[in-house]
Design a protein around this ligand. Structure first.
Ligand SMILES: [Zn+2]
Ligand SMILES: [Zn+2]
Length: 649
């Protein structure tokens, strides 16, 4: 060591040339540090690093990570006999998309349910439920998902009596597209022990008939949760299908990291995730935010997912986490417990505002401000518990009063425990006032805008909230100009398709179903929108060191698009297709085999071996590439949902 220093001093006259030799040596070793498994070239390779678009000519992958990128000649130095050279043929390569708020497990269950998106009236809804009934295994509830009471001709939710026509001996439940409202038949309420005498839980209600002596059917928010949690578990092959079906759909839409932003909504959620871990079912990473609210059980159970799997009995997870605080930073067979989820308010027609709704939703009289879901004390206690841990608090909020509540809680935590790199997530953060921005910046909170709320429901949102609030909703450009982080998320199944490109289109164009542009000032460029689903999304989930941009050493999580979103007219972004999705160097979805490539190397399918966030990564996921027929069936279901859902009213 000393000798070297002396030598460098001695040759200081030629220091410049020594430095450049060192530089050349370091560069060549980084590239010849190994033979690449694959090299991509022949198209736009957009790194997404930095505030301006940057391209490289070629990108090399080895052992699931990006080995090198830059000029073609230099990257090709890493080419060996076994290297697969992929000619992009003019297509565009980007970092894999990151889901910053969606419900992959819930969506997987919905894939098993009757599709009620776009159903025009109650007769049609009941017919769809009856048609679905023979597909439902014995012992399971007959469930339909996706109707909207506002879209139904009758303008209301179906009643117990109407749903009794679907079945009088099996539980029947229908859940609306937002997931905040539902109804059921007589057997459902009987099976779940709910009667007209059951007190309404805090933050929800069971509708009763005028005499108050019997149930009407509709149930909202926490009341719905109390019923939904009793749904029989998916087991056996059904349990596998829930996870693999949804993950395949996420991958089809270019996502290499998915999210379950409310694990525990169903009683079998934990078991489904455990099953996926056990059987290594996941082709992509899954970030979990465990539903917190009522009891600690869900959180404790979710902790045990993060525990050193199989080695520790259930119930010791909190203790284990105290001993091994690193566990909740890591993926275990592609699953990571990253956060805790709270709901501070409800849907666009019940969100908690400081100023009254412009037009009241049906059945609401007088000055209507929406609903608060949880008392301050509950949220404050959560920050007491989690502010100093690695688990991020994710808070669903649409109204500005809910954002006030979040800020109050975070500021108290900062005062008590000091500022930390917690990155609290404002899920949706649709209505944020000017005066809240500096406070959001000060505490490092990140909104994750549901941009499709305007492209799919913008007209009804503008009516409910008034045109001014709608124009300022999802204030992406305000955040962008202030240099504050934000992301775009689909919240699928709230968006009926887990499509990232649809979010990009909606963030760039802000066009409501009627064709009106809602809040032109909040439109962002295609590059800023893409940052919101790559680099910024990685930052939100605290994985920016390994994901979100194309940089040497990061994971080779990639997506290939048929066109470059930065080079098409903004109105054409929605016609761009995901051609291929690559997780850690391995193709997990491919639209067509047209991308020229040599035969796949068998050992190229290895996953990363030394990534610090994949503790069990040396064993590659045992993912069976879903057959094209499966993918087609899923995409038919999803596009049927998409084409019928516009809420054009
Ligand atoms: Zn939500
Ligand atoms: Zn959600």
């Amino acid at each position: 060591m000393k000798m070297t220093n002396i030598k460098i001093l001695k040759y200081s006259i030629t220091g410049l040339s020594i430095l450049s030799l060192v530089w050349i040596f370091m560069r060549s070793t980084s590239i010849t540090g190994g033979v690449a498994d694959s090299i991509y070239l022949g198209g736009d390779i957009l790194t997404m690093a930095g505030n301006e678009p940057a391209y490289v000519e070629a990108l090399a992958v080895k052992d699931g990570k990006i080995l090198a990128l830059g000029a073609k000649d230099e990257v090709l130095l890493a080419k060996g006999e076994s290297t697969k050279v992929v000619d992009l043929g003019g297509k565009t390569l980007l970092p894999g998309f990151i889901d910053s708020h969606g419900h992959m497990i819930l969506f997987g269950k919905n894939l098993m349910d009757a599709n009620l998106f776009g159903t025009p009236d109650i007769d049609d809804l009941l017919a769809r439920m009856k048609a679905h009934t023979p597909n439902v295994p014995e012992g399971q509830w007959i469930v339909g998902m996706g109707y909207s009471a506002r879209v139904l001709k009758e303008g209301r939710t179906p009643t117990i009596e109407e749903l009794d026509t679907v079945s009088t001996d099996r539980p029947v439940m229908i859940v609306d597209g937002s997931g905040h409202l539902a109804s059921g038949n007589s057997v459902l309420f009987k099976a779940t022990g709910i009667t007209a005498e059951t007190p309404d839980p805090v933050g929800g209600n069971f509708s009763r008939k005028a005499d108050g002596k019997s149930l009407l059917g509709p149930m909202e928010e926490t009341a719905l949760n109390a019923v939904r949690i009793q749904r029989p578990a998916f087991t056996g092959e059904l349990a596998d299908q829930v996870v693999t079906g949804a993950a395949a759909l996420w991958a089809k839409h270019g996502q290499t990291t998915a999210q379950e932003g409310g694990l525990g909504l169903g009683a079998d959620d934990i078991a489904l995730v455990r099953n996926a871990i056990d059987k290594k079912l996941l082709p992509i990473d899954l970030y979990i935010a465990a539903k917190d609210t009522a009891t600690d059980d869900t959180i404790n159970a979710a902790y045990s997912i993060a525990s050193d799997y199989n080695k520790h009995p259930e119930g010791t997870s909190l203790k284990l986490l105290a001993e091994r605080p690193d566990l909740d930073k890591r993926y275990i067979n592609r699953v990571r417990l990253g956060g805790i989820k709270f709901w501070l308010d409800g849907s666009p027609d019940s969100c908690w505002m400081t100023k009254p709704f412009a037009v009241n939703p049906p059945g609401k009289e007088g000055e209507f401000l929406g609903y608060q879901q949880i008392p301050d004390a509950v949220l404050d206690a959560a920050f007491d518990k989690y502010w100093t841990t690695n688990l991020q608090i994710n808070m669903h909020m649409l109204g500005d009063a809910a954002a006030d509540q979040a800020l109050r809680a975070i500021e108290k935590a900062v005062k008590k425990y000091g500022m930390r790199d917690h990155r609290p997530v404002f899920i949706h953060g649709a209505n944020l006032r000017e005066d809240q921005l500096a406070r959001i910046k000060a505490v490092g909170a990140i909104p994750s805008f549901l941009t499709t709320s305007l492209s799919r429901q913008g007209d009804s949102v503008a009516r409910l909230w008034g045109p001014e609030r709608a124009a300022r909703a999802n204030a992406a450009n305000t955040f962008s100009k202030l240099g504050m982080p934000f992301t775009f998320s689909h919240d699928a199944p709230v968006s009926p398709v887990p499509s990232i490109l649809e979010l990009v289109d909606a963030g760039v164009n802000r066009i409501a179903p009627s064709g009106a542009v809602l809040g032109p000032d909040e439109r962002v460029s295609a590059y800023v929108a893409l940052r919101a689903v790559t680099a910024m999304a990685a930052y939100q989930i605290k994985e920016e060191k390994t994901k979100g941009t194309l940089e040497a050493g990061k994971l080779a999580d990639l997506v290939i698009l048929d066109k470059n979103p930065l080079k098409v007219e903004s109105k054409d972004i929605k016609s761009i297709s995901v051609m291929e999705t690559i997780k850690e160097g391995r193709t997990i979805f491919q639209k067509s085999p047209s991308i020229a490539s040599v035969a796949e190397r068998p050992d190229a399918a290895r996953s990363a071996t030394n990534c610090d966030c994949h503790v069990h990564s040396s064993s590659a996921p045992k993912f069976q590439p879903t057959s094209q027929a499966d993918l087609d069936a899923l995409s038919r279901l999803a596009s049927a949902a998409a084409s019928t859902q516009g809420e054009k009213q």
